[in-house]
Design a protein around this ligand. Structure first.
Ligand code: FAD
Ligand code: NAD
Length: 474
């Protein structure tokens, strides 16, 4: 036994590394084991989020947005540029630099907080020992009073469209294309399909997205999804709904897809295929057979409302457990667990976790959709406001979308806020704060919002709940 810790965290994604930092802040002797290697083969802390998820995808979304604006949207401002080109190695290289900056930043934070990092695969043994297998195969065992499992998730692989890293890729592959594919196929019109499909579409790829479900973006509020669907269609994203993929065969001239939709069997040939049909909790090799930690029917680590596994001193957080697979959800669980371990009052409010999809227009929401409220028989009232009537949005030439505020019909308490439009990834924070403080539409309506800003759409939508929006008919 080389060392004894108060806390060992397995996994250094946004759930695990944040848990480790908070534990260390609380005076607990903390170690964090992670197996992720960067492109240079060295340990790259930060998990999926920093290496192949949130941060690199946003870097490419931002670069591709600039290029798309230059080539499509600047004319209206009187700005033109001849021969605009995108250099893909520079485009991807900028993303790689950002990833390195942030994964290195986590290493610095570990140092500053005196957290001991271990590079390798951790396996929980009975009695809260953790066996670490390094990249060279060498094994060592460390032990702790508490172990936090934060092993994250991996992409789901379809048996008839297996990843080969070249023609059929997952998110990591689609963040690293060396040139713009002429024809990109995407399986799954979910968050990854829409974000990464948008990236390559903006650079000129012909993008077809094949989605099994008949409704577009069923997790979002239906009105918001409808507006987004219309805008994506205008951008030329070809989204096939109710389409069931039969097979994907890699041939010399591309990936040959066969799928069935309402019109029967269809075929499509693409140069690259991104499969983004969801992610599964990753627990391969994580648990010795006799630890007592249980997995549910979807392979997620079973935890109670305090993220405790039921095994003394063993906790689990992030994508590896129930709840939305979002970085900020995992981080908040990490903080809460560290605080529970230290005897403090941790807290995660699952009812106000915001969702953001970083397409153009952006989509963001928190709380309940209209359908959820209808199904639950909760009486509600709705206020909406279009960005077309917001001076700032028009001045930016981004006057697309709307804000929708849903409040309880009797108490006026805000139950859900749904947005599609410019900058809504930032605007949603106001909705979360309002709901966290159990605020009403009236509260939002009485708050002074700066003019001219996009946030006025939130203000007006809240006023519209009571049919007194100023800049539209009610
Ligand atoms: P992970 O980030 O998956 O980290 C788990 C870590 O544990 C990994 O480093 C893994 O190598 C390591 N590990 C696993 N098993 C072991 C073991 N036995 N021993 C040692 N190490 C182990 N979420 C958002 O909120 N906003 C976004 O914009 C967003 N964009 C995304 C874009 C893409 C393309 C993808 C794929 C995901 C995105 N997500 C986003 C989701 C987000 O990345 C995840 O919700 C988040 O990373 C989960 O954090 P985690 O710490 O639970 O797991
Ligand atoms: P997803 O669950 O968002 O979407 C998967 C889509 O694939 C769904 O619409 C589903 O109906 C469809 N699908 C499933 N099987 C299919 C099949 N055989 N053929 C055709 N379609 C099929 O999953 P994702 O896009 O892979 O992303 C995984 C998770 O990562 C997300 O749910 C989210 O939690 C997280 N993520 C978040 C962000 C963000 O916060 N902006 C960005 C990317 C990823």
């Amino acid at each position: 036994m080389s060392d004894k810790f108060d806390v060992i965290v397995i996994g250094a994604g946004p759930a695990g590394y944040v848990a480790a930092i908070r534990a260390a802040q609380l005076g607990l002797k903390t170690a964090c084991v992670d197996a992720f290697a960067g492109k240079d083969g060295k340990q790259a802390l930060g998990g999926t989020c920093l290496n192949v998820g949130c941060i690199p995808s946003k870097a490419l979304l931002d670069s591709s947005r600039q290029f798309h604006n230059l080539t499509h949207n600047f004319g209206v401002h009187g700005i033109s540029a001849d021969n605009a080109r995108i250099d893909v190695p520079t485009f991807v290289g900028r993303k790689d630099k950002i990833v390195k900056q942030f994964t290195g930043g986590v290493a610095q934070l570990f140092k500053a907080n005196k957290i001991t990092p271990f590079f390798g695969t951790g396996k929980l043994l009975k009695g809260n020992d953790v066996e670490i297998t390094g990249p060279d195969g060498a094994k060592q065992t460390i032990s702790a009073t508490n172990v936090i499992l934060a092993s994250g998730s991996v992409p789901i692989e379809l048996p008839f469209a297996k990843f080969d890293g070249k023609s059929i890729v997952d998110n990591a592959g689609a963040l690293d294309f060396t040139e713009v594919p002429k024809r990109l196929g995407v399986i799954g019109a979910g968050v990854i399909g829409l974000e990464l499909g948008s990236v390559w579409k903006r650079l000129g790829a012909d993008v077809t997205i094949i989605e099994a479900l008949p409704d577009f973006l069923g997790v979002a509020d239906a009105d918001i999804a409808k507006i987004a669907q219309r805008e994506f269609a205008k951008q030329g994203l070809n989204i096939k709904l109710g389409a069931k993929l039969g097979k994907a065969e890699v041939k010399n001239d591309g990936v040959h897809l066969t799928y069935t939709d309402k019109d029967g069997e269809q075929s499509l040939v693409v140069d690259k295929l991104l499969v983004a049909v969801g992610r599964r909790a990753y627990t391969d090799g994580l648990l010795a057979a006799d630890t007592g930690v249980k997995l549910d029917e979807r392979g997620r680590i079973v935890v109670d409302e305090h993220n405790h596994t039921g095994v003394d001193g063993v906790w689990a957080i992030g994508d590896a457990v129930r709840g939305p697979m979002l970085a900020h959800k995992g981080s908040e669980e990490g903080v809460a667990v560290a605080e529970w371990i230290a005897g403090k009052a941790g807290h995660v409010n699952y009812d106000t976790i915001p969702w953001v999809i970083y397409t153009e227009p952006e989509i963001a929401w928190a709380g309940k959709t209209e359908k959820e409220l209808k199904d639950a028989g909760i009486p509600y009232k709705v206020g909406t406001f279009p960005f077309a009537a917001i001076g700032r949005a028009v001045a930016m030439n981004e006057a697309v979308g709307q804000v929708k505020v849903i409040a309880h019909a009797d108490t006026d308490r805000v139950l859900g806020v749904h947005m599609v439009g410019p900058g809504v990834s930032e605007l949603i924070a106001e909705a979360v704060v309002t709901m966290e403080f159990k605020g009403s539409a009236e509260d939002l309506a009485r708050i002074v919002h700066a003019h001219p800003t996009l946030s006025e759409a939130v203000h007006e939508a809240a006023l519209s709940v009571d049919k007194r929006a100023i800049h539209k008919g009610n």
